[in-house]
Write a protein that binds this ligand. Structure first.
Ligand code: SAM
Ligand code: SF4
Length: 463
C-alpha cells in the first residue's frame, strides 16, 4: 500500500459510533461483556459500549472480565524486556518529545557499535534476553545502515556466554526495501506508534521533519508486513487526543491489518504522555487520560483483542503497572533508561521523558514474583518461527499455556540461577515450585523437565 491510499481510518464512522453508544444501557453492557468472555474479540461498537460505562459496578465487571481473559489465555506469565536507546539524534519536531530537533536542553549522542555492544552487555548482566532497540529519526553518516548494524551488534554482544535472544525495533517508518533489510537482520517485532490517529491533532503536534506525513506513518505496518515482518506492534501516545477516538481508530487499524494480511498486530503499547525536558506540552497534555481511564483502556483492549500482547513500559509508576497486570498487560520493561548510553553511565538530562518506575530490574522481578506472576524471558516462539499467523494459530486453541507456561518457568529459573539477588532467588524458586505444583497434565510434565534441565546446567531450553 502506498502512503496516499489510507482510507481505513474513517472519522465519520468513529464519530457516529461514539455518539450512538455514548450512554449504553445495562443490557447492552452485559451483552458485550458476555461476548468478550467468548474470547473471539470485539467490534468497534462493542468497544464504544465499554467506553460508555459510567457505573462503578459495571466498571468492576469490565475489570473482572478482563482479568478472566488474561488469566485464561496468559496465565500468570509476564514477559520482560528492556529498551535500548542507540541515538537521540532526531530531525523531527514532535512537540511532546525531548529528542525534537530544536530542543537545545539535551546532550545529543549516537552510540557507535562498540558502545552499543557495551550497553547490551550491561543489559545481559542484568539478566535481560529481549531488547527493544529505539532511535530518534536521524542516523549518523551510514544512514539507515546504522540501524541494521546496531541490530547485529546487539545480537553479537556476549557476556559470560550469554546473549540477547530477541531484538525488537522501534524506529521511524521505513520503505519496503528497508523493512526487508530489517527482516534479514532477524528482528522480532517491528514496533511503531501512530501517536494519534486523528489527522488534525497529528498535524498540530508534528510541526517539522518527515514525521509530519501522517499517511507515511499510518501505512508503515502494511509495508512491514508486506516485507515479511510477521510481528508488528502498534500504539497510541495517550494524552494527545480524546482516548475514545483513539481506541476506535486503533481498532480500525487492527481490522485493516486482519483483512489485508489475515493477522492483526502482535502487540499494542499504551504509552501515556510523561514530562519531557524542553516540552511544555508534555507537562500539560492536551487530552490527559486519568488513572481510572488508563486502567479502563487496558481492560477494554484485553477484551477487544484477547490474543494481542499488551505492553506496559516504565513510563508508569510501579503501582499503576501492578494494577494493570491483572487487567491484561502481558509484557513489561524493567530497569529502563531512555538516554543513549544510560545503562553504563548516569545522565538524567538526555532521556526521552521522565520515568514513573525507577526500580532496578532485580527489584521489579522480586515484586512481580511476590505478586505471583512468573517473569518470562522466553524467546522460543520467535526462534521456532511461531510468529504472525502461526503464532495466532497456536495461541487460539489455548496452546499458549501449554508452551509458554513451561517456557516462562524454565527461562525464569535460568534468570534466578545466574542473575538474581539471594532474596529474589529465594522468592523466585518458591514461585517456580508452587506454579509447577499447580499445573496439571502435559504442561506440568513439560515444566518439570525444562526446569530440571536448567538446574542441571543447561540454558536456553524451551518447547
Ligand atoms: N523516533 C521514532 C518515532 O517517533 O517513531 C521512534 C521511537 S520514539 C523514540 C518512541 C516513542 O516514545 C514515540 O513513538 C512516542 O510515542 C513516545 N514518546 C515521545 N515523547 C513522549 C513523552 N513525553 N511521554 C511518553 N512517551 C513519549
Ligand atoms: Fe524524534 Fe521520535 Fe521524539 Fe518525534 S517521538 S522527536 S520522531 S524521537
Amino acid at each position: 500500500m502506498t502512503a496516499s491510499q489510507n482510507t481505513f481510518i474513517n472519522d465519520q464512522i468513529i464519530n457516529d459510533i461514539l455518539e450512538k453508544y455514548a450512554k449504553p444501557d445495562v443490557a447492552q453492557i452485559q451483552e458485550v461483556l458476555a461476548k468478550a468472555r467468548e474470547m473471539k474479540g470485539l467490534s468497534l461498537e462493542d468497544v464504544a459500549v465499554l467506553m460508555g460505562i459510567s457505573e462503578p459496578k459495571q466498571l468492576a465487571e469490565l475489570f473482572e472480565t478482563a482479568n478472566h481473559i488474561k488469566d485464561t489465555i496468559y496465565g500468570k506469565r509476564l514477559v520482560m524486556f528492556a529498551p535500548l536507546y542507540i541515538t537521540n539524534l532526531c530531525a523531527n519536531e514532535c512537540t511532546y518529545c525531548a529528542f525534537r530537533v530544536k530542543n537545545k536542553a539535551i546532550v545529543r549522542r549516537a552510540l557507535n557499535q562498540q558502545e552499543i555492544k557495551r550497553e547490551t552487555e550491561a543489559l545481559i548482566k542484568q539478566g535481560h534476553k529481549r531488547v527493544l532497540l529505539v532511535a530518534g529519526e536521524s542516523y549518523p553518516k551510514q544512514g539507515f545502515q546504522y540501524v541494521l548494524d546496531s541490530v547485529r551488534s546487539v545480537y553479537e554482544a556476549n557476556f559470560n556466554d550469554d546473549n540477547i535472544r530477541r531484538v525488537n525495533v522501534n524506529v521511524a517508518p521505513l520503505t519496503l526495501d528497508e523493512f526487508k533489510a530489517l527482516k534479514a537482520e532477524k528482528i522480532g517485532t517491528y514496533q511503531l506508534f501512530q501517536e494519534t490517529y486523528h489527522r488534525d491533532t497529528y498535524k498540530t503536534v508534528h510541526v517539522g521533519g518527515k514525521k509530519m506525513d501522517y499517511d507515511w506513518r499510518v501505512s508503515a505496518m502494511h509495508r512491514a508486513m508486506e516485507a515479511g515482518i510477521d510481528d508488528v506492534g502498534i500504539g497510541v501516545l495517550f494524552g494527545l487526543n480524546d482516548y475514545r477516538y483513539e481506541m476506535l481508530a486503533m481498532m480500525q487499524h487492527i481490522k485493516e491489518l486482519e483483512n489485508v494480511f489475515g493477522v492483526g498486530p502482535h502487540t499494542i503499547s499504551v504509552p501515556r504522555m510523561e514530562p519531557a525536558t524542553g516540552s511544555d506540552m508534555s507537562i500539560a497534555p492536551p487530552s490527559p487520560v486519568s488513572d481510572d481511564n488508563f486502567r479502563r483502556i487496558v481492560a477494554i483492549l484485553r477484551c477487544a483483542v484477547p490474543y494481542t500482547g499488551i505492553i506496559m513500559s516504565t513510563r508508569e509508576s510501579g503501582q499503576m503497572r501492578r494494577d494493570t497486570f491483572a487487567l491484561g498487560v502481558s509484557q513489561i520493561s524493567a530497569g529502563s533508561r531512555t538516554n543513549p548510553g544510560g545503562y553504563e553511565e548516569e545522565d538524567d538530562i538526555s532521556g526521552q521523558f521522565s520515568l514513573g518506575d525507577h526500580r532496578p530490574m532485580d527489584e521489579v522481578i522480586r515484586d512481580v514474583a511476590q505478586m505471583g506472576y512468573v517473569p518470562s524471558f522466553c524467546t522460543g516462539c520467535y526462534r521456532l518461527g511461531r510468529t504472525g499467523q502461526d503464532f495466532m494459530d497456536l495461541a487460539k486453541p489455548g496452546a499458549i499455556k501449554a508452551h509458554c507456561g513451561p517456557n516462562a518457568l524454565s527461562s525464569f529459573m535460568e534468570y534466578l540461577n545466574h542473575y538474581a539477588s539471594p532474596e529474589t532467588y529465594k522468592i523466585g524458586v518458591e514461585l517456580v515450585e508452587r506454579t509447577i505444583a499447580e499445573l496439571e497434565g502435559l504442561p506440568a510434565e513439560r515444566a518439570r523437565k525444562l526446569v530440571d534441565r536448567v538446574n542441571n546446567g543447561q540454558s536456553d531450553v524451551y518447547c
